[in-house]
Design a protein. Structure first.
Ligand code: HEM
Ligand code: CA
Length: 690
């Protein structure tokens, strides 16, 4: 009998053999295997007349298709198995394999082992008999075949070993976040912890610029928005998006007023610092309260948005206890939780993670989509968490990202006016603060990367602002202030401490209706931020940040060669020339702010975009909790389901949160946001209709 291309089975086999031969470079395989097939066919015809080659079943359809050599080997081995009947029962066929020259045995065994290992991305069918076949063959090998055993088994040992990743990244009992962000990485528990120094990502090796321009000139000539020169955002992005951005940046950056190298908050998107506003009962937070006093001078819509998360936490905690899945929140004798305190802790931590999952949902479904210019109701989803990673190192924010995340140029007209008013009241206190801060920059750098002596976050600086601020802007009564920090334009119920839903919605709407400013090209930062920006420039210098072009090179971007490449505004090009002389001497702070912008979505300057995306992906993928604990197992079935968003809104959770938590402000006939508005919350309505 000869192999014939007319016979479907033969043809298929020959085809596989040729492919394997071509890819493996093992010449002579075809002829040897041909002989084998002939023998096998005769064997079948002789020994078992009913079973003709043509009656051999075609290879099964694999539910998932591995690619490349692995797939071909898989198909080949399947065919060979069926023809030879290589099973532990068919020892004759195995002997035939062993009678092959050594080089061909290796190829055949290699194909079998490869078949065992073709799980990359596609699940392995462990019922295929391949393991039995391989072991069946090895069973026959005497000591003279030990090389073949080794070649067959080495990859298997390596394979079995490597399916459990080292170092271990998760321990039982570490499902919850710690208050200060430590132990996010089990292996490097200090990484990303509140109180650490900023990381330096880009080392500078260029000569220092000994003629740095005075910071006030950098602000004046490159950053400051000239009076009455507001440029509305060309894609109509509204301030609500930037309120969300402010929550993100406040969660990641909180420079110690006494030490510009140090970050007082954790480097994870974990809605940090909630411990101090806990009720310490039933896992609840105090009504409409938050910890971070820095938010008081922000546009009040930022506080309203944060309250949305506070209310979300309490809603989640109540639901968790209500459902009490598998009795996991019951306490008492014979229960998992012994005391009411343990119940509070378990509920608090679980609710915190569900809330955190909602925050992550909003980052991927609203924030990143907007940055990229996709509609929120869209199939496009840029989700760095989609494939669960096994983060070893954790995340630590850097001085570079602190700079490229300062989007003060985006501030809209209404919020600019608000800030001008705030600064005119608090200005003196603020400037004074900054002066003290600068004095501390001249102290010699600490060698250690964190200061463990600090306990908690010192907010005393902001305490002095609260009273004059309240007097001028929120006008909360003493009784109201006892219920929590003030918010301009909103009042608390004296019994519950809750703000009025309608007040909060008004504040959110102020952001929703307000078009932001263009961000890049320079000359867009409101004048009232002068002191804040100057402090930022000085901080970047004190921390010896790299040059703008060094940062670009680090990010694999072409350095800019001319000042025309920087900004489209001629006055900015000229100012850069006057202040820095040559493009390579432009400092990172100024460079990222004045650069030309992408045309889509948020229209961020190019280098900022590149940096922010690298940062965001590292932030999300290096967070153990976001990668490994966002499951029904940790969040409960209900909690997980809730955090996955509303299928009717492309799995966004934000519309549901607004309707549940600010529900008192709307009705069926007069919803808080119309269905159309809900589809795109981050484009101002006037721009949306344009
Ligand atoms: C809308 C009104 C805003 C106000 C009133 C405001 C105010 C401030 C103030 C006062 C500081 C200095 C804090 C200090 O040095 O102690 C600051 C820093 C900062 N701002 Fe803003 N900001 C606003 C918007 C934004 C936006 C939209 C972003 C970007 C998403 C942003 C990102 C940052 C960052 C990253 C810092 C550095 C934080 C640190 O190092 O602690 N800000 N801002
Ligand atoms: Ca944080």
């Amino acid at each position: 009998m000869t192999l014939s291309a007319d016979n479907k089975e033969h043809w298929k086999l020959l085809h596989h053999i040729r492919l394997i031969e071509a890819e493996s470079g093992k010449e002579g395989l075809v002829s040897t295997l041909k002989e084998l097939v002939i023998q096998a066919t005769q064997d079948k015809e002789d020994g078992d007349g009913k079973k003709k080659l043509s009656s051999v079943k075609p290879p099964p359809v694999y539910s998932s298709q591995p690619t490349g050599l692995a797939w071909k080997a898989q198909a080949l081995v399947k065919d060979l198995e069926q023809m030879f009947g290589i099973t532990p029962q068919r020892t004759n066929s195995i002997k035939e394999v062993l009678s092959l020259p050594f080089s061909q045995q290796k190829v055949l065994m290699g194909a079998l082992v490869e078949r065992l290992l073709t799980g990359k991305g596609a699940p392995i069918n462990d019922r295929s008999g391949t393991l039995e076949a391989t072991l069946g063959i090895l069973d026959f090998l005497g000591p003279e075949k030990k090389d073949l055993v080794k070649e067959t088994f080495d990859p298997l040992i390596e394979y079995y070993y490597s399916s459990i990743k080292k170092p271990y990244t998760n321990y039982v009992g570490h499902s919850f976040r710690t208050a200060d962000g430590s132990y996010n990485s089990i292996n490097f528990p200090d990484v990303g912890k509140a109180g650490n120094n900023y990381v330096r990502v880009v080392n500078s090796f260029a000569a220092a610029n000994e003629q740095l321009p005075p910071p006030h000139l950098v602000f004046e000539r490159l950053l400051k928005r000239p009076e009455n020169h507001f440029t509305p955002h060309k894609n109509g992005i509204n301030m609500l998006l930037f309120y969300l951005a402010i929550l993100v940046t406040h969660d990641l950056f909180y420079t110690d007023p006494k030490n510009p190298r140090r970050n007082l908050t954790s480097s994870y998107l974990d809605l940090t610092d909630q411990e101090s506003v806990r009720q310490m009962k039933n896992g609840l937070l105090k009504n409409d309260q938050w910890f971070d006093k820095r938010l008081v001078i922000q546009p009040p819509g930022v506080g309203a948005l944060l309250i949305l998360f506070n209310r979300n936490h309490n809603y989640i905690a109540r639901q968790l206890l209500d459902f009490n899945e598998n009795g996991r929140f019951t306490y008492g004798q014979g229960e998992l939780l012994a005391t009411e305190e343990e119940q509070d802790e378990e509920l608090f931590q679980t609710a915190r993670l569900v809330n955190n999952a909602c925050f992550a949902n909003i980052i991927t479904h609203e924030y990143l989509r907007t940055i990229f210019g996709a509609q929120q109701e869209s199939d496009f989803l840029f989700n760095p968490l989609a494939k669960h990673s096994s983060p070893v190192y954790g995340n630590e924010v850097s001085v570079e990202f602190n700079i490229i995340y300062r989007w003060h140029s985006a501030i809209g007209q209404q919020d600019e006016d608000w800030l001008t008013a705030v600064m005119s009241v608090l200005g003196a206190a603020f400037t004074d603060t900054k002066r003290r801060q600068h004095a501390s920059m001249s102290t010699p750098p600490k060698q250690k990367n964190s200061d463990h002596s600090a306990t908690g976050t010192d907010q005393s600086l902001f305490d002095s602002f609260i009273e004059p601020f309240n007097e001028h802007f929120s006008k909360a009564t003493k009784a109201e202030l006892e219920k929590g920090l003030p918010l301009a334009g909103a009042h608390r119920d004296l019994n519950t401490g809750l703000f009025d839903d309608a007040d909060l919605v008004k504040l959110l709407k102020r952001g929703y209706n307000q078009v932001a400013s263009e961000i890049g090209n320079g000359l867009n930062v409101p004048a009232s931020l002068e002191h804040i920006e100057i402090a930022g420039i000085k901080q970047a210098r004190a921390l010896r940040c790299c040059y703008f072009n060094e940062f670009r090179k680090f990010m694999d971007l072409m350095p800019l060669k001319t000042f025309e490449d920087f900004s489209e505004k001629v006055e900015v090009q000229n100012a850069l020339r006057d202040l820095y002389g040559t493009p390579d001497k432009v400092e990172l702070y100024a460079g990222v702010m004045v650069e030309r912008t992408l045309q889509i979505g948020l229209r961020l300057p190019y280098t900022m975009t590149r940096g922010v995306l690298s940062d965001a992906i590292n932030l999300l993928q290096n967070d153990r909790i976001l990668n490994q604990e966002m499951s029904p197992n940790t969040l409960t079935n209900w909690g997980y389901e809730f955090s996955q968003g509303d299928p009717e809104h492309f799995n966004r959770v934000l519309p549901r949160m607004i309707n549940i938590h600010f529900g008192g402000a709307g009705s069926r006939d007069n919803p808080i946001f119309t269905p159309d508005q809900l589809k795109n919350l981050f484009v101002a309505p006037q721009a949306n209709n344009a």
